[in-house]
Every structure is written in C-alpha cells, then in structure tokens.
Design a protein around this ligand. Sequence first.
Ligand code: 1VU
Ligand code: MG
Length: 355
Amino acid sequence: MRSAKDFFAPLAVGAPAPAREVPARPSRMIHFFDPSNPKMAAKVPDMVGVADVLLGNLEDAVVADKKEAAREGLVQIAKDVDFGEHTQLWTRVNALDSPWVLDDLTTLVTEIGDKLDVVMVPKVQGPEDIHYVDRLLAQLEAKGGVQRPIMVHAILETARGMANVEAIAGASPRMQGISLGPADLAADRRMKTTRVGGGHPGYLVRQDPTKGADGIPDYQGQRTIFQQDLWHYTIARMVDACAMHGIFPFYGPFGDIKDVVACEDQFRNAFLLGCVGAWSLHPVQIDIAKKVFSPSAEDVAHAREVRDAMPSGGGAVMIDGKMEDDASYKQCMVILELAERLSANDPELAKLYAE
Ligand code: 1VU
Ligand code: MG
C-alpha cells in the first residue's frame, strides 16, 4: 500500500496531480451508447445538455469485430462534439484481461484525454486492478499532455470484487465511484436469475397460513406474498464502501426497457439507499433517472422547513407532530445540498425548488 503522504503524488513524471476531491457534478444517469452504431452515434450531439453523462461503451454489447470501430468512433465523437458545461463524457473500456483494453486506454487518453472525464473499468476484482489502471493512466496522461486527471469508476460485477469493495473504493484518489453490475455479478455468483437487474417474482416472503376453526393451518389457502429485493445487500454494502471513501455509488443497468414502471422502482430503491444515479441503456430511461435521482419538491420544502427551524443545526423541535433534531437536520442537508447542486445546472429544477 502507498504511504498516506504519497497518495496524492502523480504516478508518472509529467502527469497532472490527482484530484483532492471527487468532482461532484450531476450524474443522475450514465447514458450508454455504442460509438460503432451510426444511429446511436448520430444522436449524441442532441443528448448533450439532456443527459448528465454520455458514456461511449467499448465493452459488452459491442461485438468483437466492432471493437476497433467503437474505439475510433468514440475518438471522432469526442473531437467533433462540444459537451458543454453540463454533460460529462465517459467511456467504458474493455476488461483488463481482454485483448483490447491496452489499445482502448492508449488511444483514448492520448487522443481525447482532455475531453474524457471518467474511465469506467469493468469486472474489477480488487484494488490491484485499480492500481494498474491508475499507473497506466498517469503514464498516458503524461505522454498525451493531458492537463487534468481522468477519474476512474469501477463496476462491481464479480464475487471477488464484492468481497474487496471497500479496498477498491479506496484504492486511488482517481476513484470517482462504483456501479452495481447485476448481470455479470449474478452470473459470477451463480445466482439463478437470468434478468438484467431488477427484482424476481421467485424471491419472496409468504404470509403465514391462517388457521381453520379446527386450529389446523390452511397451507393451501390464500396467502399474500411480498416480493423481496435481490439487490438490497449488494447495493447497501456498495453504498457504505463509497461513502466511507467519499466517492459516488450508482445502480447499473435495468434491462427490461419496456417496463418503465419497474425501472423507476429499481432506480428509486437505489436513490433511497444512497446512490446518486443509474445507467440508462435506452433514451426512455434518461427521464426516469432524471425524475428519480432529483429530490422531490416536497422533500426539498420539508428539508428547508427543518433547516429554518434549527438555525444552529442542533436542538430538538416538533414539526407537523414529528421530532426533528441534529440527525434529521443532517438528513435534510443531504437533500438540500443535492437540490442546490442539481438546480445550478437545470433551470426547470431551480424553478421547481424555488422558495
Ligand atoms: O429512431 P432510430 O432508428 O434512428 O434510433 C433508434 C435507436 O437507434 C436509438 N437508440 C439509442 N440512441 C442512443 N443511445 C441509446 N442507448 C439508444 N438505444 C436506442 O433510439 C431509437 C429507438 O430505439 P428502439 O426503441 O427501436 O431500440 P432498439 O431496438 O434500436 O435498441 C434497444 C437496445 C436495448 C438494443 C439499445 O437501446 C442498446 O443497445 N442500448 C445500449 C445497450 C448497452 O449499452 N448495453 C451494455 C450495458 S448493460 C451491461 O453491460 C450489462 C447487462
Ligand atoms: Mg458487465
């Protein structure tokens, strides 16, 4: 492990100094597009200012004989498009054991390094994977004359990665965040769901049987079932790992594109547990994420009421029959800080949250 005093030293001569704080830019949705798909690529300029993050995906979902076209397509898009102040450009490179990743990183950092905000690394197994990418990025930044450090985002999609999630989150000052990758993680853990994220009707708790007049339980009678959340433990642990290292947790993909209702539910569960955003795989999921990961006007109004009732941030007061104190004040400040950050970029939200 690096000494604490060296943690923020550049890992290559000529590389920019690592960031001391993770840039807290709105990232409610990480919108995936395949840069080798001409229809998707053509839509990118119109998505600037609409999506918080546009991610040129080079890994899974891009077939092997399109890998180079996707890489070159992303270079072209990054050179041609002005992403403005409010939309970040990210990429997801191929896995570290693949034949493509070295060329992905070399080409992207040296050609468009100054336009890339974050590199998403799939199938991260442990801090050693982040250390490898960290050093390589520093060497490439130095080679390409990149002026600001490129951040790193890990996907949590292996059992070993899960077991190492705290070490991954703290592995480098480049760490921007972690996303849950439910499909690869399910496969790696040998879970028996074939869905890309979301719930499963078989993962449930059933109401106890009612007893008949004879006192015998009626096992065949009507019993309510309650579907449970397959991802609760994983998301909660990821959120803790990210919070303890001051980086951002994200829910990943929701594959049932047509089921916008369940997608909203899954995103909201993640939001309530502490995630700042989710992936959008199709344009229809952008607005779902925007809605879910922006606090509601009611929550913002309530948070302001609590803040105003406790100007010193402490004590205990009653508001609408409920006790509020230092701890609920802090919860309210989380909502207000998020609302402020989002509305600084979005005039519609600013209007919605106006006092
Ligand atoms: O109207 P047009 O025909 O010009 O365009 C289509 C389509 O090309 C376009 N579109 C998109 N544009 C930008 N970004 C996108 N992600 C995107 N998806 C579609 O919108 C128009 C309407 O599309 P559609 O409703 O007919 O949808 P398609 O059948 O064309 O595409 C659906 C899929 C799901 C295949 C497509 O959205 C897609 O490939 N999304 C990205 C998938 C991805 O990145 N997967 C990897 C991340 S998930 C993971 O790694 C773990 C599972
Ligand atoms: Mg994956």
